[in-house]
Design a protein. Sequence first.
Length: 596
Amino acid sequence: MGMFLGYIKELYALSPIKFLVNGLLMVMLGVLESVGILMVIPLLIVAGVIPGVEAASGLIAWIDNFLRALGVILTLPLVLLLYVGIIVGQSWLQRYQTLLNTGIQQSYVVHLSTRLFRAVAYADWQYLVSKAKSDISNVLITELLRVHSGIQVFLQMISAATITLLQVVVAFLVAPGLTSLVLASAIVLLVALRGFVKKARRIGEELSDLNQGLYFTLTEHLNGIKEIKSYGIEEAQVANYNRVRVMMKNNIINFARIQTGLTMLNKVGSAVLISVFLFFAIAIFKLNPQEFIVITVIAARIWPRVLSLQSSLQHINSVLPAFHVVKNLENQCLAAQENFAEDGAATKLQLRRGVEFRHVSFGYAEERAGFVVEEASFELPVGTTTAFVGSSGAGKSTMVDLLMGLLKPVKGEILVDGEPLDDNLRSWRRSIGYVPQEPFLLNATIRDNLLWACPEATEEQMWEALRLASVEAFVQSLPDGLGTVVGDRGVRLSGGERQRVVLARALLRKPSVLILDEATSSLDSENEKRIQQAIESLQGKLTIVVIAHRISTIRNADNIIVLEQGRIIEIGNYQSLMNNKYSRFYALANLSETAP
């Protein structure tokens, strides 16, 4: 509950004036409702509309004397007109308060969800790869919706509690003894039903786990849908999805069982309380007819609100686990947040001398096998092409992740133009063009995909980038040109076309360093040759880093770095390394050339 109250404090801090105005409107609504209840019946009595009841004493007598002094003669139309006026004012305030309340809620939800998304966006790479994408999606969508519902119910509960409190005050003025009896009975009933609140909390925790499982099942299915269909195992996937949904169904039914049980007990309790109330009002307190009518109407209004407070408390407890899940993810992301030393408006860095690795070592904390990269020392001179080669698991991708600043060295340092990479990390990232093995494309047009990485690019610059990537002619041949929609992850394009569009996007950024992370490994020879020609045309103009799949594609590289189990074992150009028939590179080259 402390975490929930922390969210409410944040809600207040976001819009303190609106929050206070909202509270003031709640009080005014409570007063108007209480006045409506308190005044209408006495006015009808004073007007003589209710036969057999006279304004003998108390509030009714005071109203009668006050109106006589003013010379006002009450009639049924005038009483009803006053009542309608009160209801009109109350309804208008209720509408305004509801809109204000909704605005406060939605502003806070936008603030909270954006804050959480920002925390995720700026968390470091090592943390993000340790989390399932489905878990993050579940928190950002489903759990945040539950948080919103909890805040909404809380504000409604505050409104109901405020109005109830004012009505209780009015009831005390009319019949303090009987009102005390009603409140004591309500407290007893709330205490008796506290077990339902605990059960609601437990079911809410189960629902959070099930939502996480559902998102995981759905995400994994969509990620692997091609293989699933090729293996013909759709039914197994459907059965797995159905299993999670059935568990969610049972969870919801259990919650409904608690809710209906609570409703039943509330009705039974209400019947008992009404009986006790009538007995004490007539037999013990012997209220006069005027007081009896007023207190009965007030009690009829108070009791449902008390039960509503119980229901709201139960709902809040059911969504408290969602508050915990959201806050937990946010705290984890903030703890793993990247620290940018430079200003957020940092400009692109123009590489002048090059990049140097000095005795760099890196290892994942959870691994005990030692370093993934160990004692790596080398230089990437500006304007040169450097290739990393080695067998699977040699540390090539880790080396590139270190170069991009996604991973931080455990030992050693990385210098960009003689300065520590971390000192200019944001500028460095903006100076990189990255082409991964699996091309990432939005389900949008080619134009949108290009502008995604470089929003300020002109049409002319986009065509120039497409030309450099050897894909200009292909895009021109499409009926819609740059306006062609590529489909989910570029499914409407071939593998080579996707890769060349991604290469064009990287070049559109006019990077200082172009990184090709096995960018041609999944392509056929023809498409690989096209991309290779595009890359060779850029040599000398950019600093290029390549993780090589086929050795033949890096014949013209200025430097080749051979990795084995995280260590650099050989450095040289293609010719010098191939001249040594006992070198590791020579063995890898022969394997690459003989591979199908």
